[in-house]
Unconditional design. Structure first.
Length: 488
């Protein structure tokens, strides 16, 4: 890679969370029988007229504001003409020259360096239908079309070509999805197609200002596939340039099972689409009052929340980033802290033990079965020395996550209380010191590292239940010679 720079611009199609489609009253519900949610408008019957869904505009504006974009007072729908079986009208209604919003950005942190990937624009458009090539009895010779999705409202969010690695692309998508989900604009479900991404990719010699020829990679249906496809495509382009060839401007398809990209068609230019203003829809006008009302209704967004977690609870920036990607997880984190546990310890349990358990149980962040009070209580039991941290992690946490029982009850039932009582520990410490005169002499001769040996012996004697902090303290008073305070 060394003599070439990767240049990536991403186009994301985010489905807006409306109940009905953008230009008709058909439902947008996912997973219904094919073609059951259609009408003359979204089937493209001649003469059927589109009527703009106000909610789609509100959500588009909301998403744009959450991304720091500028809302244009006037935006225009256009017809983008092309033929495809899933597009019965022969054109897609999309905003082109005058989009809903311009500018804005997505902040990311990559390798400890914070940057903002700027956005070119956010515009509204309708989705196409879906061709079904497999799984039907006569799929050998026929394809089918499901038009339930035809006319579903989308916000297309276009980045500037300033993403420079697959990792940055991943972080950009992760944060963009998070912002749209916080703002309640898009559910971000990649499997159901409500958050889709096309990647424009080129490479150029380092130091070169002019952009290289790009390919546009389609069919990236998971964050992981975006990274893999970009890695593959960058390598392919660099190999072409190294061997003296030229990259062809193409639309290519990512084949996840083969792990490679395949050319699909020559990439079209804008003029191929014969864009012209949609005569059946008036301009969209977003007045200041309309925009400001939406701005006021926005919740705290990930960047602000992240900064607040760092300032209020003393968690590190990386942890705060992880905690704030999903609002329900951040809510849970704050609930545990409010229930009376230290911010750093809670972050640790939430990001490690809890997330591991959630993944294993295949639960989403809004279905955490563990009451916040229980996790707070567990952390307090460690803090006050009632149980060891390893007992908390290995024994109590999994049990309370699975059973819903309270940590105190589990500690009691499993007999995990540590022994911190001084007179009990004193007996064990004295016995261990008396039983190991050789080690005692070496320790006093300067081998301070032997403290670990003594701690281990005391733990053995107490069946692993002694409070190691207390044991350490008591051992020091027994091991250190009385005059050790003054080595002269
Ligand atoms: P279209 O895909 O409809 O042709 P644009 O020309 O507006 O649309 O570009 C779409 C995306 O491609 C944008 O995200 C832009 O940043 C990115 N892009 C444009 N040129 C390049 C390039 N040479 N290399 C990488 N990305 C590019
Ligand atoms: Mg494109
Ligand atoms: Zn319809």
């Amino acid at each position: 890679m060394s003599e070439y720079e990767a240049v990536i611009g991403l186009e994301v199609h985010a489905q807006l969370k409306t109940r009905t489609k953008i230009f008709c009253g058909c439902s947008t519900e996912f997973g219904r029988p094919a073609n059951s949610q259609t009408c003359p408008v979204c089937l493209g019957h001649p003469g059927a007229l589109p009527v703009l869904n106000r909610r789609a505009v509100e959500l588009g504006v909301r998403g744009a504001l959450a991304l720091g974009a500028e809302i244009r007072e006037r935006s225009i729908f256009a017809r983008k003409n092309y033929f495809y079986p899933d597009l019965p009208k022969g054109y897609q209604i999309s905003q082109y020259e005058e989009p809903l919003a311009e500018g804005g950005g997505v902040p990311i942190e990559c390798g400890g360096e914070a940057t903002t990937i700027r956005l070119t624009r956010l515009h509204l458009e309708e989705d196409a239908g879906k061709s079904i090539h497999d799984g039907m009895p006569d799929s050998e010779r026929a394809s089918y079309v499901d038009l339930n999705r035809s006319g579903t409202p989308l916000a297309e969010i276009v980045s500037e070509p300033e993403i420079h690695s697959p990792r940055q692309a991943y972080l950009y998508l992760q944060r963009l999805r998070s912002i749209l989900r916080y703002a309640d604009v898009c559910d971000g479900n990649m499997e159901q197609g409500s958050f889709r991404c096309d990647a424009n990719v080129s490479v150029r010699p380092i130091g070169e200002a002019k952009l290289g020829t790009r390919t546009e990679v389609k069919n990236l249906n998971s964050f992981r596939n975006v990274q893999r496809a970009l890695e593959f495509e960058l390598k392919r382009q660099i190999e072409i340039l190294r061997s003296g060839g030229q990259v062809e401007q193409q639309t290519i398809l990512w084949d996840a099972s083969a792990g490679e990209t395949r050319p699909m068609r020559g990439k079209e230019e804008a003029h191929d689409y014969r864009y012209f203003p949609e005569p059946d829809l008036p301009p969209v006008v977003c007045g200041e009052a309309f925009v400001e009302e939406i701005r006021r209704s926005l919740p705290e967004l990930p960047a602000a929340r992240k900064a607040r977690l760092v300032a209020e609870y003393g968690v590190g920036a990386d942890e705060a980033h992880q905690l704030t990607l999903e609002a329900p997880l951040a809510d849970y984190y704050e609930a545990v802290v409010r229930a009376g546990a230290g911010g750093a310890a809670v972050a640790n349990y939430v990001l490690n033990d809890l997330q591991r358990a959630q993944n294993e149980a295949r639960r989403a962040d809004d279905e955490i079965p563990l009451p916040a009070e229980h996790l707070a209580e567990l952390i307090r039991l460690v803090d006050d020395g009632t149980i060891s941290s390893s007992a908390a992690r290995q024994e109590v946490f999994p049990e309370m996550y699975a059973s819903g029982g309270s940590p105190a009850a589990i500690v009691k039932q499993k007999g995990l209380e540590q022994v911190s009582d001084e007179s009990t520990l004193q007996v064990a410490v004295e016995a261990v010191v008396a039983e190991n005169p050789d080690e005692l002499a070496k320790y006093r001769g300067g081998k301070q590292g032997l403290i670990g040996f003594f701690v281990g012996k005391v733990m053995q004697k107490t069946g692993g239940k002694a409070n190691p902090k207390e044991v350490n303290r008591l051992l020091r008073t027994h091991l250190d010679p009385p005059d050790s305070g003054d080595p002269t």
